[in-house]
Write a protein that binds this ligand. Structure first.
Ligand code: SF4
Length: 376
C-alpha cells in the first residue's frame, strides 16, 4: 500500500509540477529570501521561489533578461575586500565588532576561529551548530568564517551562508555582513544598506533556530555589523545596523509562504513554468499568477523587466511606486485616476478622488492664469 500523502508532500509534488518535469529546484538563498521581504505582497514571486524556479532562466525565456545580480568585477572586488577584512585570524573584523557592538567586553586579542569544513550542506550545518555551542560555552571571542545555517522555508530547508558570525564573551551571537559598496563619512547608500539589513535578518532568523535548540538559549543580537570599505579605500569601516523591523517583516513573509498551497490551487490545471515551452505558453503561465510590481523590484527580482512592462501596458499605478499606490486607494489604473480627476468617474466622497479633483482644479487655474498673463 502506498504511504498516505500528507499535505506537505502533496504541496511538494504540486510545486515540482509547476517547476516542470526533470527541472532541478533552485535552492533559495538569503538574497532570495530577503527579496521576498522587499515585496511581501507578490504572489508571483512567492510561488516561483517556493517552487524553486530559476527566475534568471525564466526572465530570459520571456524575452526580458534580468539585469539583476552582481557583475564579475564587483564579485572579485568584494571577495578581495572580504579576504582582507578576515586576514590575520579576523583581527580587524573582531576589533570592529568589539568597538561598535560590545565595547564593554574584553578586547578580542585571543579569538578562536574554528574549522567548519564538512561534507555537504547538511554536514556543514551540523558542524556550525556544534561550533556555536562550543564557542558559547567557551566564554571568549570566536569568529565563525562562512558558517552554514539552515532555515525551514515552506517545509524545505534553505541553506544559508553568512559572511561571518561572531560569538561574544557573554555568549551572544552577532551576524557580520561584508559588502564592497563604500561607506562615505560613516554612511552608505540607504537602498544598499536596506538590502544588506534584509539579508542579515534572514541569517538572524536561521541563527535563532540554532540557538533555540541550546540550553540555556543564547542571545542572537538584533544589531548586525555591516563592514564596508571606508571612503573608496581598501580600509574597513563598520556600522551597527538595527534589523528588528526587517526581521519582523521576513518572519511574517516566511509564514505566508506556507500559503503556497492556496496560490497553487488558484492556478489553472496544467500550469508549468519550464522555460523549455513556447514563449506564448510560458507568458500565459506567468501571467496566471497575480503580481504586484513596484519600482523596488528592479533591484530585488529577476522578473522586474517583464513585470514592469506588463504593469505599464495595463496602466497600473503600482509602476509609479508603492506610496503612490497607497495614496490612490481603490484607483488602480492611470486611466481610473485621470477619469476621477476630470470628474468623469469616482465617488466624490472618496478622499483620493476629492484630492485628485482639487489638484486638477489647481492645475487648470495655474495654467489658465499663465495663459492669461501671456495674453496681456
Ligand atoms: S518583479 Fe514581478 S515577480 Fe518579481 S517581485 Fe516584482 S512583481 Fe513580483
Amino acid at each position: 500500500m502506498p504511504p498516505p500523502r500528507t499535505r506537505e508532500t502533496a504541496l511538494r509534488q504540486r510545486l515540482a509540477e509547476l517547476r516542470g518535469p526533470d527541472v532541478p529546484a533552485k535552492a533559495l538563498d538569503a538574497r532570495a529570501l530577503a527579496a521576498l521581504a522587499a515585496n511581501p505582497g507578490c504572489e508571483r514571486r512567492a510561488i516561483l521561489d517556493g517552487a524553486g524556479v530559476n527566475k534568471t532562466a525564466l526572465a530570459s525565456a520571456l524575452g526580458a533578461p534580468s539585469a539583476f545580480g552582481q557583475s564579475q568585477f564587483a564579485l572579485t572586488r568584494g571577495n578581495a575586500f572580504e579576504a582582507r577584512v578576515k586576514s590575520d585570524g579576523g583581527a580587524e573584523l573582531l576589533r570592529l565588532v568589539h568597538e561598535k557592538l560590545d565595547p564593554a567586553a574584553e578586547p578580542p586579542s585571543h579569538a578562536q576561529v574554528p574549522e567548519l569544513t564538512a561534507i555537504g550542506p547538511e554536514g556543514r550545518t551540523a558542524r556550525t551548530a556544534l561550533a556555536l555551542r562550543e564557542a558559547t560555552a567557551a566564554e571568549g571571542w570566536t569568529l565563525l568564517d562562512h558558517p552554514m545555517l539552515a532555515l525551514d522555508v515552506a517545509g524545505s530547508p534553505a541553506f544559508l551562508e553568512p559572511d561571518a558570525v561572531v560569538v561574544h564573551p557573554d555568549g551572544s551571537w552577532t551576524v557580520v555582513e561584508i559588502k564592497s559598496f563604500p561607506m562615505l563619512d560613516g554612511s552608505a547608500d540607504p537602498a544598499k544598506v536596506g538590502a544588506a539589513a534584509r539579508q542579515s535578518a534572514v541569517y538572524v532568523l536561521a541563527l535563532e533556530e540554532v540557538a533555540a535548540r541550546l540550553d540555556p538559549v543564547p542571545r542572537v543580537r538584533h544589531h548586525v555589523l555591516l563592514v564596508c570599505p571606508k571612503d573608496f579605500s581598501n580600509l574597513a569601516t563598520a556600522s551597527a545596523v538595527d534589523i528588528r523591523k526587517q526581521r519582523a517583516v521576513t518572519t511574517r513573509q516566511l509564514a505566508r509562504l506556507t500559503r503556497l498551497q492556496d496560490i497553487a490551487d488558484a492556478l489553472p490545471e496544467g500550469t508549468c513554468f519550464t522555460p523549455e515551452q513556447p514563449a506564448e505558453d510560458l507568458t500565459a503561465a506567468v501571467e496566471a499568477v497575480p503580481a504586484t510590481y513596484a519600482p523596488e523590484c528592479l533591484s530585488a527580482c529577476e522578473l522586474a523587466f517583464h513585470c514592469r512592462e506588463r504593469s505599464r501596458t495595463a496602466g497600473a499605478v503600482t509602476s509609479l511606486g508603492r506610496s503612490v499606490r497607497a495614496e490612490l486607494g481603490g484607483l488602480t489604473t492611470v486611466e481610473d485616476v485621470l477619469a476621477a480627476a476630470r470628474g468623469e468617474a469616482g465617488n466624490p466622497d472618496d478622499p483620493a478622488v476629492a484630492a485628485l479633483r482639487r489638484a486638477a482644479e489647481l492645475r487648470a487655474e495655474a495654467l489658465g492664469s499663465r495663459q492669461g498673463a501671456a495674453c496681456r
